[in-house]
Design a protein around this ligand. Structure first.
Ligand code: PMP
Length: 400
């Protein structure tokens, strides 16, 4: 009966970690998955998370089911973190927030909503984008196409191309946008460019779908990293936002995030929320409680909240330090006139090196540096001690 099942290909991102585990070399370095490591290249559990867990244990919380929409205190906290507690849309109760299974599950729930209520409406995604976006939309049965985003010539944003493609899309399309720290390129629009994107969305009656997986992790400031979303909300645009606490609270395995839908009235918000719950019930019934309690505790306690911000800034700062060191090593070691400054301009966890598939293969086969085949490296998995080695590997792969 199962003989006809063929072998699925390895996941382009998580498959890298599997290959890394199989490699016995001392040189090996895993820059594939975007997970924060310490300077000793060890996984990191935030001190504030341990503190919240201790408090939770002492409170003796039970393990009863959560409601379908998740933990109320979490949903309130997450919408306020995203939009700002005093945002009029929160006061006017125009936001439908449902706890999701981290960023992926929240995107998936949003996609299921689109499939059901906007059948046939196309979602435009950036070229390139986080690989799972395509899987999520495909599995939800939502049609998509790409808009230009990355310009290989400048290793920067192809803003003209992006705007032209968004303008060209049929009116009322859905535009998937990375709220901050675009994955995989690390290149974000400037505030002026965001305004122009919002202009086109309004002209064309497009609806943005923001993916916010790095709030606070890009700049170190939760408010600055949410400014793209808040700009659109302030214009009265209806939109979706998927959130994730994998990176900024280091809660990767807890699967905690949310889907928020900002709509025109409290009545509409209530109805949209009821339909999100209806979609969630047969998929997974209700979400896990542990991560939701951690977030609610951290955000709800001013001291812990400040501690979180300090730890987040330290993580973002460590990544900026290795970014600078990698750039220094690349520009000293490379004797050609190649300009490596794009490494410094990119933000967030990643650097998009411009290495093609063959060059990325060389990085892994010869240098034991594990990375995705699109040339993306996770700087969160790099330390200062390995920057010189990595620069050698990149230069060798680039010119050979
Ligand atoms: N969106 C983007 C752009 C991401 O980079 C990630 C994490 N790699 C996610 C969403 C979601 O991750 P998770 O499901 O772990 O929250």
């Amino acid at each position: 009966r199962f003989e006809g099942v063929s072998m699925a290909p390895a996941d382009p991102i998580l498959g890298v970690s599997e290959a890394f585990k199989r490699d016995n070399s001392d040189m090996k370095l895993n820059l594939g998955v975007g997970a924060y490591r310490t300077e000793e290249l060890q996984p990191y559990v935030l001190e504030v998370v341990k503190k919240a867990e201790k408090k939770m244990l002492e409170a003796g919380e039970n393990k009863e089911y959560l409601p379908i929409e998740g933990l109320a205190a979490f949903n309130k906290a997450t919408a306020e973190l995203l939009l700002g507690a005093d945002n009029p849309v929160i006061k006017q109760q125009r936001v439908a927030t449902v706890q999701g299974l981290s960023g992926t599950g929240s995107l998936r729930l949003g996609a299921a909503f689109i499939q059901r209520y906007f059948p046939g409406v196309k979602v435009l995604i950036s070229s390139p984008t986080w690989g799972n976006h395509k899987n999520i939309l495909n599995d939800a049965g939502v049609p998509w196409s790409e808009y230009r985003y990355f310009d290989p010539k400048t290793v920067g944003l192809d803003f003209e191309g992006m705007i032209a493609d968004i303008k060209d899309a049929p009116n009322g399309s859905i535009i998937l946008l990375h709220g901050c720290a675009h994955n995989p390129t690390g290149i974000d629009p400037t505030p002026e460019q965001w305004e122009k994107i919002a202009d086109v969305c309004q002209e064309k009656d497009h609806m943005p779908f923001f993916d916010v997986a790095y709030q606070g992790f890009a700049s170190g400031s939760l408010d600055d990293d949410a400014s793209s979303v808040r700009r659109f909300v302030a214009r009265g645009i209806e939109l979706f936002v998927a959130q994730s606490y994998s990176k900024n609270l280091g809660l990767y395995a807890e699967r905690i995030g949310a889907i928020n839908v900002v709509v025109s009235s409290p009545e509409v918000a209530t109805k949209v929320k009821s339909q999100l719950k209806r979609l969630a019930r047969p998929m997974y019934s209700n979400p896990p409680v542990h991560g939701a309690r951690i977030v609610a505790n951290v955000v709800g306690d001013p001291t812990m909240f400040d501690e979180w911000r300090a730890e987040m800034q330290a993580m973002a700062g460590r990544i900026k330090t290795v970014r600078q060191r990698l750039y220094d090593e690349l520009s000293t070691k490379d004797k050609s006139s190649k300009d490596w400054s794009f490494v410094l301009k990119q933000i967030g966890m990643f650097s998009f090196t411009g290495l093609n598939k063959a060059q990325s293969d060389n990085m892994t086969d010869k240098w034991h540096v594990y990375m995705t085949k699109d040339g993306r490296i996770s700087l969160a998995g790099l330390n200062l001690a390995k920057c010189a080695f990595l620069a050698d590997a990149i230069i060798d792969s680039f010119y050979n």
